[in-house]
Design a protein around this ligand. Sequence first.
Ligand code: HEC
Length: 156
Amino acid sequence: MNNQTNTYFGFSVMIVVAVVALNIAISTLMCGVLSTATAADISAEATNARIAPVSMLNTGGAIAAPAPVVAAASTATRSGEEIYSSTCMACHATGAAGAPKVGDSAAWAPRIATGLDALVASATKGKGAMPPKGTCAVCSADELRSTIEYMTSKSQ
Ligand code: HEC
């Protein structure tokens, strides 16, 4: 390496350092400007100011969310008495198909003796002439249980 090459080399190193330093300076400056602008844009005041024309239009109070009518109807728990009257009564009030009649304590005593869990289990999967879930396909496990509780409480 002679002296002249050395000078060129030093000069180009200086240029590179200068360019890098300039880049850092510019990007720092720009970032500062940009982040300040963004912060101002998403502030609550700025947002309120932007949506004011729209929010002022609705003078009738808050818009109520539509009530989930269908979901409420399908998930609402019916009482044991309701389910008995609408579904189970068809057989269990008359003894149709050999069903133990509600109120017939002699017919129910040996069944009650097996325990509530056993009754819920056999009614759920069906027994003899009784189809699964006593034909109440939409009944939840809890609903079936409270219906059987209702029926047995009337048959003791
Ligand atoms: C289609 C007629 C029919 C309907 C509807 C019916 N059952 Fe039954 N159920 C029967 C018959 C028949 C038996 C007796 C089955 C046997 O012991 O062979 C019975 C027995 C039962 C038993 C006793 C089960 C046991 O292990 O001894 C329970 C509990 C019961 N039903 C609950 C219900 C409930 C709850 C409903 C309504 C959700 C219902 N049943 C609807 C016909 C019916």
